[in-house]
Design a protein around this ligand. Sequence first.
Ligand SMILES: [Zn+2]
Length: 310
Amino acid sequence: MSLEPKLHPCDNCGSEAFTVVLRGPDLLEGLPGEFQFVRCEQCGLLRQNPRLEWDQLAAYYPENYISHGGLLDKSLSRVKQIERRYGHWKRVRRIAKYKPEGTWLDVGCGSGLNLQEAQFWKRWQLFGLEPVPKMAAYVQEKLGIPVYNTTLEDFTDHDEEFDIITMWDVLEHLPYPVEALEKVSRMLKPGGILVLSTPSLESLDRGWFKDSWIGYDLPRHLFLFPRPLLKQVLSEKGLHPLAEHCLAGSHAALMLNLTFLNRKKPSRFLNWVTAHKDGYIPFRVLTFLPLWVIDQLKKGTNITLIARKR
Ligand SMILES: [Zn+2]
């Protein structure tokens, strides 16, 4: 595989001036290469720079990549099944408060975990958008939900079609995030809502885990927005920010942070906790309350923003 990362100006403001934030390897999959995040000196957006082209990055999304698998996956333990269901239930419950019915497009739906939870509620007309053919086919066949098998960039002629668009942990993977936000804004009906989650640069664990923070996830994460900048960009695209929440995934993110740390500085304790065996449930119980408090303070690993189209 030839790895020739190229320099790119800032996707938001076009500036080429930057300072290096961190350099590191692929800690999640252990695939080859060294990558770096830089901060735009003009607007503060973090971007991977230089970076690989989209077709080169495909090699960094292996078959067993995290977001693949079913909501009620029988290969998971009972505890994991309940956790997974609970996380998606929390997200759907929040959306139901803003839009109890209508058309809903999940951009980057993966194996349809969130769509499947929404399907249980029998309230919305659901659609997925997923560039990986195998995933798109899985959702379509297993759940019977129509899935557009394409990228957001190539998805055209759907202006003002949806009441709800969700982008769960998608924005940071997109090669043109600002353009993407403009596009989803066009795809929403007036009054429609965009719900997007992305790693939070303001999270507590970013400070705790530093270079091992899951939010960087090099080389798959291409952009990380400071929260005020993200809200500003949403506003510029006609999306009025309504609310922000830490909705789900805090424990999973903590486990990944600890797994990364264990790869850098192995220890018996981290082995015990991250092996997902004996240590998992006691550790889950122990961290439940602290993580809940952190989420209430909106300092969790991921932030979910809800914005309404004007
Ligand atoms: Zn910039």
